[in-house]
Design a protein around this ligand. Structure first.
Ligand SMILES: [Zn+2]
Length: 58
């Protein structure tokens, strides 16, 4: 389940199954869930900065 940061941002963690567009909480890298596999993305650590939290975009 996502948790909510002090500023109201919903944060998702590594291992959560998500659908949509997400940005790394630290470096803003954008990831998208795939068109295949029912559109489900299992969040991993950020490939750039290794952060383990993501925020939903839009
Ligand atoms: Zn990052």
């Amino acid at each position: 389940m996502p948790h909510v940061a002090d500023d109201g941002t919903e944060l998702f963690e590594v291992g959560e199954e998500v659908v949509g567009h997400f940005r790394c909480a630290d470096c803003d890298l954008l990831v998208k869930s795939p068109a295949e596999a029912d559109g489900i993305l299992v969040l991993g650590a950020c490939p750039l900065c290794k952060a383990e939290e993501w925020r939903r975009v839009g």
